[in-house]
Structures are given as structure tokens and as C-alpha cells.
Design a protein around this ligand. Structure first.
Ligand code: ATP
Ligand code: MG
Length: 612
């Protein structure tokens, strides 16, 4: 059966059903002053933009009134037509200058406001996902989340940049020009306004149809994000399995789906403009004919007629831009719904408020703890009534077959997951009452799947203690048997380790994570297969260091190689999620149970290996 990674994967991120624009604008609330300035500048800009048309009417009026008794002449109190024209020109120049200035101010204010809103939305979304529990991330893909945090947030500016400015000037235009029309000729006003209800009704109809189409486009973009992240992250595996063509085909299929989703949206979004134009043309022709006849009959002054013809243009043509703005609005809102859908995900593991008194002793108890990863109660539990007590300062080991639930025990201790049943305490306090800072601050984890950040060796070592001195960092590296290989690296502690530490060997990565945990100097040290990737000699050296580090510190060790844990104060043996036996190494070997069997196999192997 062909493997279909994408179809199997992600739980989709819910889309918010609240009015997205209102939520988005709430981000601009703290910047009320800037918002008001932007609105005022847009309005003023429109006034400056309409005024020259009135001035043209006045100019024609001056030129055709041979007596000098024009409207401007009456205001200025002079019959000299050249003086009248000169004043008109001066006013026009001033208005044009003002138009440029207000446009500059309006556009910069709106665009900067858009960037501020985008920034706040991005930070809100990123801060929010940091509060979500591990399970949330396991059910989704990093590509899908990245698409929201990056693509969708960036999409917002398509509308926010100039959309509000355009909508305001379009509305102001209708009001200003409409008023002028009403004063001059109510009949022509009626004719010129006829297309407007048609355009508004058309816009609403069009918006309703465009919305689901843009939602489909954004969701297709998220899926491409998934596939790309997978394809780039897994590049070594892709090459090793000759899967390049298959991966290209996968991206091609997703990209094609994106293209088709867009084509569907484009069909609608571009049909709108010609429709508006038709309506505009109808209004324009009517004013031209009706107004022209009135002018011919002498019922309308020539100056007024020419002004009205210009004004009709002014009234209706800007409406054609409405289609584009609404289109940008729908696109941005589709993204907005996805961002707010993400923000609505509720964290299911909340921190408590208690802080452990310092110094933390590190006594751990698991009391009848049961757990399953899936929320379905019908699924078998991964841990069943596990009880473990680690007194402060002791070293305990958890061993057992692969998949028996060892790492899960540690994840519960760090509260990355919540037990289905039972309780876990640290120094007598139930861990769900502890703040994350107190609980996780008391623990140093070397996880089974090693993760290093892209950055220098030093940055990675100091990740849990950014204030550590160079001497402390070096000491931790020495204890983890990492100092000598680090010093041999081209830039020593300043060497870049590459994404996920890929420029280092598996054993080197593992030793860095041990040093990282030791440097934190935690009350509880947790080691999950911490030395599984190093050779026996290095492992023995690390064991000797760890014995020093572990002295007087609570340590929980998981290991498959039983020789590394035989000196533990107590060994808990897990099998299929249950603690089947516990005791010291000698007790367990004597008991002849699962541990003794595992021990026999391993020492038998050792004897076999040394016999070769
Ligand atoms: P190993 O020795 O191979 O590391 P382990 O004892 O540490 O094994 P766990 O990682 O605790 O085993 O896993 C126990 C069981 O829980 C396994 O059956 C595994 O498939 C399942 N499991 C682990 N992590 C998850 C997860 N995030 N979601 C669902 N199931 C999981
Ligand atoms: Mg494990």
C-alpha cells in the first residue's frame, strides 16, 4: 500500500467563526490616536481630491461669463476675469499640495498601523502556542502551524495596508460628491446615484461567494506548508530511499490543489470589476444625456454641466476599485480566521501556583499512576497503576523492554502530559499544583531524542542557564566527556552545530545534551538513554562523571544496557506499562524474573562478544 503521509496526518486547526475584522481591529485599540489620525488624513485627502473638480466648474464659469459676474467674481468682489482666474489657480495649487501631504500622511500612518497589528497578532499567536501542551503539537504538523504564524499573518497586510484608507475615501467620495450633486441638481443626483445600490448589493453577493473560496485557498496553502516542511526536514531519508521523485510528486499534487483553489477564487474575484463598470457606465450615460439636454435647453449653466459630468466620473469610477479592496479583504479575513482559530485553542495543561521551597530536595513519588496518550477511554493504557518512590538524593533506574512506557514516566514527571489517574508528587507537593518554573526548574532532562538548536556549541550548552560562565560551561562539558571533542572543533565552543545539531555525530550530540543538563545543576537529574549513542569506553567515562554528579542528587536513569544501572539504589522494571518488579540489582537477579532474564541475555552477549 502506498504510504500517504499527508492524508493520515494533521488534525486541522479550527477556524474562528467570530467576525474576524472586529477581532483584528481590537489590536489597534491601544493605538487609538494613530487610528484617528489615519482616518482624519484619509478624509482630508478626499476633500483635497474632490475640490479641483469644483474649481474646474468655477473656472469654466469665469471664462464663459463675459460680464465678469461669475460666482468667484461675486465672492472676490472684482469683475476682472484674469484676477479671478489667478486666485483660482493659486487655490488649486495649494489644494494639490495639501492633497499630496495628506496622502503621504494617510498612507504612512495606515501602513505602519497595519504592521503594528500584524506584529501584535504574530506575537500573540506565537506566545499562545507556547502555552499549549505537547499533545496539541503531536496532533498537528509544524508546517501547518508555520503556515499560520508566517503566511497567514503576512497575508493580513494585503488588506490592512491600504484597505481601510481606500474604503474611507470611497465612502467619503460618495458623500461629498453626492452632497454637491444634491445642491446643484437633485434630478441628476438621483440618476448618478442609481448604480450605487446595485454595486453594494453586488458586492455583498460577491463577498458571500468569495469567502469560502479564499478559506479553501488558505487551507491549501497550509497543506503545502506541511508537505514542504516534511520534505525539507527529511531530506537525508529522501535521498537514502531514492524518494526524490515521489516527494516532488507530492509537492506537485499539493501545489496543483493550491492552484485550482486559487483559480476558483480568481473566477469570482475578477468577474466583479466588469460588472461594476457596467453599472457605472449606465449611471454615467444617464447624467450625460439628461444633463446635456438640460444644458442645451438652457436650464443648466454650461459650467455646472461640465462640472457635473466630471463629478459623475468622480462619483462612480472609484467604486470600481471597490472590487479589488473587497477581494483583499476576503483574502485577509480567511487568514484572520485561521489565526484566531489558533488563538482559541485552550491549553489543557495549566501551571499551578505553588513554588517549592528551596533548596529542592527532589523526592519523587508516583502513586497508582495510569495514563494513555489517546483521549479514547476504550484504548489500552500506556501506563497502568504505576507506583514508584524515589527518596531525595537516591539514584533510581527504570528498565524494561522497548515500548513498555519508560520515557512516558519521565514525560509525566515533567508534566508534558497529565496522568489519566493517580498522583505524582515532588517533595510532597502534587506536581499539578506547582508552577512550571518551579517544577521544570528543579529538573534537568537528557531526553531520548536529542534536540539541539541551530546555534553555537556554547549557546546550546547554556540553553538552560543563559547566565553560565565560560568556566562553568567548560566544567559541564568535561563531566559529560564532551570537552575534548568540542575543543577539537574548528571554532571550539563557537562552532555552529547546524539545524538540530546535524553537523555533529550522534554521540557528540548526546554528550552536549548531558552537559546541558548538568550545567543546570538541577535537584533532579533525568537521563533517558543518555549514553546509548557513545562507545563503551566513553560510556564508562561518562558513568564515572555522572556518579560524581549524581551523588546527593536525585537521579532517574533509563537504560537498556543494564550494566550502566546496576549500582542504582533501586531498579524498577516496567513491562507493558506495569511495574512488574523492583529492587536492587542483586535482589532482582536473585528473584529470577524479567530483570534476571534481561541480565542473562546481556551478560551472555558480553561473554559471547569477549569470546570472539
Ligand atoms: P523505548 O525503550 O523504545 O524508548 P519506552 O519504554 O520509552 O520505549 P515510551 O516512549 O514510553 O516507551 O512509549 C510507550 C508506548 O506509548 C509505546 O507503545 C508508544 O507507541 C506509545 N507512545 C509514545 N509516545 C506517544 C505519543 N506521543 N502518542 C501516542 N502514543 C505514544
Ligand atoms: Mg523511551
Amino acid at each position: 500500500m502506498p504510504v500517504e503521509v499527508n492524508s493520515a496526518l494533521p488534525a486541522t486547526i479550527p477556524v474562528s467563526d467570530q467576525p474576524p475584522l472586529r477581532e483584528l481591529l481590537s489590536y489597534s485599540r491601544p493605538y487609538r490616536g494613530r487610528r484617528r489620525l489615519a482616518v482624519a488624513m484619509s478624509l482630508l485627502n478626499k476633500v483635497c481630491d474632490v475640490a479641483p473638480e469644483l474649481l474646474i466648474g468655477a473656472a469654466v464659469d469665469i471664462v464663459v461669463s463675459s460680464s465678469g459676474q461669475s460666482f468667484v467674481g461675486r465672492i472676490l468682489g472684482t469683475d476682472d476675469r484674469f484676477t479671478q482666474l489667478s486666485v483660482l489657480v493659486a487655490v488649486t495649487v495649494l489644494i494639490w499640495l495639501a492633497e499630496s501631504a495628506t496622502e503621504y500622511l494617510a498612507v504612512t500612518t495606515w501602513r505602519n498601523l497595519a504592521q503594528t497589528i500584524e506584529h501584535e497578532a504574530r506575537m500573540d499567536a506565537y506566545r499562545h502556542i507556547q502555552t499549549l501542551e505537547m499533545a496539541y503539537f503531536e496532533d498537528r504538523t509544524s508546517g501547518g502551524l508555520m503556515a499560520i504564524l508566517n503566511d497567514d499573518v503576512n497575508q493580513l497586510e494585503r488588506f490592512l495596508d491600504l484597505g481601510p484608507h481606500k474604503l474611507i475615501i470611497t465612502a467619503a467620495n460618495v458623500v461629498f460628491v453626492g452632497l454637491t450633486f444634491l445642491v446643484v441638481s437633485p434630478l441628476l443626483a438621483l440618476l448618478a446615484f442609481l448604480p450605487i445600490p446595485v454595486i453594494i448589493a453586488g458586492s455583498l453577493w460577491y463577498q458571500a461567494r468569495l469567502e469560502p473560496r479564499y478559506a479553501a485557498v488558505r487551507s491549501a496553502a497550509g497543506i503545502i506548508g506541511d508537505t514542504l516542511t516534511n520534505g525539507i526536514g527529511g531530506i537525508a531519508t529522501i535521498k537514502a530511499f531514492n524518494a526524490e521523485d515521489r516527494e516532488v510528486a507530492r509537492v506537485e499534487a499539493d501545489s496543483e490543489a493550491y492552484r485550482l483553489a486559487n483559480r476558483d477564487a480568481i473566477t469570482y474575484s475578477t468577474a466583479f470589476n466588469p460588472l461594476i463598470r457596467m453599472a457605472v457606465l449606465a449611471g454615467f450615460t444617464m447624467t450625460l444625456i439628461v444633463g446635456g439636454r438640460a444644458a442645451l435647453n438652457g436650464d443648466l449653466a454650461v459650467g455646472v454641466f461640465s462640472m457635473l459630468v466630471y463629478m459623475t466620473q468622480r462619483l462612480l469610477w472609484p467604486l470600481t476599485a471597490l472590487g479589488e479592496t473587497l477581494d483583499q479583504y476576503q483574502r485577509a479575513m480567511a487568514s484572520c480566521r485561521r489565526i484566531f482559530g489558533l488563538l482559541r485553542a485552550q491549553p489543557r495543561i495549566l501551571p499551578g501556583t505553588t513554588t517549592l521551597p528551596s533548596p529542592v530536595q527532589g523526592a519523587i513519588t508516583f502513586d497508582d499512576v495510569s495514563f494513555r496518550y489517546s483521549p479514547d477511554p476504550a484504548d489500552p493504557p500506556v501506563l497502568e497503576r504505576v507506583s514508584i518512590a524515589v527518596p531525595a538524593g537516591e539514584t533510581h533506574a527504570i528498565v524494561g523492554p522497548t515500548g513498555s512506557g519508560k520515557s512516558t514516566v519521565l514525560k509525566l514527571l515533567l508534566r508534558l502530559y497529565e496522568p489519566t489517574d493517580g498522583r505524582i508528587t515532588l517533595d510532597g507537593v502534587q506536581i499539578d499544583q506547582l508552577s512550571f518554573a518551579s517544577l521544570r526548574g528543579a529538573t534537568g532532562l537528557v531526553a531520548q531524542d536529542v534536540f539541539l538548536f541551530h546555534g553555537t556549541v556554547r549557546e546550546n550548552l547554556a540553553y538552560g542557564r543563559p547566565d553560565a560562565t565560560d568556566a562553568e560551561i567548560r566544567r559541564a562539558a568535561e563531566l559529560a566527556e564532551a570537552a575534548s571533542f568540542i575543543e577539537a572543533l574548528p571554532d571550539g565552543y563557537d562552532t555552529l552545530v547546524g539545524e538540530r545539531g546535524q553537523k555533529l555525530s550522534g554521540g557528540q550530540r548526546q554528550r552536549l545534551t548531558i552537559a546541558r543538563a548538568i550545567l543546570r545543576d538541577p535537584a533532579v537529574l533525568i537521563l533517558d538513554e543518555a549514553t546509548s549513542a557513545v562507545d563503551n569506553e566513553t560510556e564508562a567515562a561518562i558513568q564515572r562523571s555522572l556518579a560524581k554528579v549524581a551523588a546527593g542528587r536525585t537521579t532517574v536513569v533509563i537504560a537498556h544496557r543494564l550494566s550502566t544501572v546496576r549500582h542504582a539504589h533501586r531498579i524498577h522494571v516496567l513491562e507493558a506499562g506495569r511495574v512488574v518488579e523492583a529492587g536492587t540489582h542483586d535482589e532482582l537477579v536473585a528473584a529470577g524474573g524479567l530483570y534476571a532474564a534481561l541480565w542473562r541475555v546481556q551478560t551472555g552477549e558480553a561473554a559471547h562478544a569477549s569470546a570472539d
